[in-house]
Design a protein around this ligand. Structure first.
Ligand code: ZN
Length: 395
């Protein structure tokens, strides 16, 4: 905290110094995905109001979280969407050396939960609002919730933006990319499987049905499926690894070794590069689940298998030589090869809605979700320069 004041005192007034002020505010809101983000949204609303900018708040059904979007500059086509998510991953069980919800500056780094993923980008975009106001073309700010738990917040906002806003030129999703250009990301489908068995003493296997034993059979199939995905690797792919991946991340079942398990739950995620169809990949598994489910219900009424999709985020398909890419390169000055990443982001959703979309933001994904998450002052400065050049380009 003292460190933040110190770096401030040493800085002339600039977009960077304004961004650090805002950054401090944004980090102080604990917007862990399981909790409300409304305090942050209200703060952003009052900031925009102070600058004479109107906004639209889109609450979730429960009313405890909201997306926010705002148009800065004339409401005409040819604008640029700047997109960021307001939520952060939990700090539970992580070894933090300072309060994760208090921005701390030390040795050229800003520490705090969400510094690199991705409140730094949002702070920079907000700090540039006075510059964007002078544009001939608009900037549309799009701030979502629940990105970290399967991009659940953004779809409603993206649908409304597609419906109500005059066609933008492109969308820039400010996930940490060290200000490099990311043209592709994998899609993710997360499924939960609930197996209901019939409890009995474990010695009397003919009188019950163990949910665990059925789950193991299903998981065996998924393990085999996962191994087979390796054989479908596309060596020319920019993705690492260059194929779809499947892993079972959670398993919980049974209550005691001498009871046939009544319940077992497991969840798996399937990550597919553009072109691979998650539904086709899972079709044999779904078929097997349905067959087993029918068999179980026939043997013991009330038992069975329930598979449901928790989330599905579409991939971002790289577009060769696009106008969006050329435009972002003039802002970053980066002529290196564009990357493709294995983490999913909201870019695929924007692309699916018809907007040319790219990922470009400050900070490194290696620091995301980590204890003592940080972003370097150098990356924030590069982000500030990016916003200044964007404002210039829209003038
Ligand atoms: Zn993120």
């Amino acid at each position: 905290m003292g460190g933040v004041k110190l770096i401030h005192a040493a800085m002339p007034h600039s977009l960077f110094s304004d961004a650090v002020d805002i950054f401090e505010q944004l980090i102080a809101f604990d917007t862990t995905s399981r909790d409300s983000n409304l305090a942050l949204i209200e703060w952003v609303e009052s900031y925009l109001t102070r600058h004479g900018i109107g906004f639209v708040r889109l609450p979730n059904e429960a009313g405890n979280k909201a997306n926010l979007y705002a148009t800065i500059g004339p409401n005409i086509e040819g604008g640029v969407i700047l997109s960021g998510h307001s939520d952060v991953v939990p700090v539970d069980g992580q070894d933090w050396h300072s309060d994760p919800f208090q921005l701390r500056y030390s040795d050229g780094k800003f520490y705090g939960r969400g510094t690199c993923d991705m409140k730094g980008f949002i702070a920079l975009a907000l700090a540039a609002v006075p510059l964007f106001k002078q544009g001939q073309r608009p900037v549309h700010l799009a701030i979502s919730y629940d990105e970290e738990i399967g991009c659940r917040g953004a779809p409603a906002m993206i649908a409304e933006i597609a419906d109500k806003i005059p066609a933008p030129r492109l969308a820039i999703i400010g996930e940490p990319s060290m200000m490099g250009l990311i043209k592709g990301h994998k899609g993710i489908a997360v499924h939960e499987v609930l197996v209901t068995g019939h409890e009995a003493h474990s010695s009397l296997t003919h009188l019950g049905l163990s949910a665990n034993m059925v789950a193991v059979e299903l998981m065996h199939d998924l393990a085999e499926l996962s191994r087979n995905l390796w054989d479908k690797a596309d060596v020319t792919s920019a993705f690492v690894p260059p194929h779809s991946t499947l892993t079972i991340g959670e398993i919980k079942g049974g209550t005691a070794t001498n009871i046939l398990a009544g319940h077992c739950r497991f969840a798996f995620d399937l990550r597919c590069p553009p072109g691979a169809d998650p539904e086709a990949i899972l079709a044999p598994f779904m078929e097997k689940s349905r067959a087993l489910d029918a068999e179980m219900a026939a043997a013991f009424p009330g038992t069975g298998i329930n598979v449901h999709k928790i989330s599905a985020t579409p991939p971002l398909s790289p577009q060769a030589g696009s106008d969006a890419e050329a435009f972002v390169r003039t802002l970053t000055g980066d002529n290196g090869p564009a990357g493709a990443v294995a983490y999913a982001a909201e870019a695929g959703l924007f692309q699916r809605a018809g907007f040319p979309s790219l990922i470009c933001g400050p900070g490194s994904i290696e620091q995301a979700h980590q204890p003592n998450e940080y972003i370097t002052a150098d990356q924030m400065e590069r982000g500030a320069a990016f916003m200044e050049r964007l404002a210039e380009a829209l003038r």
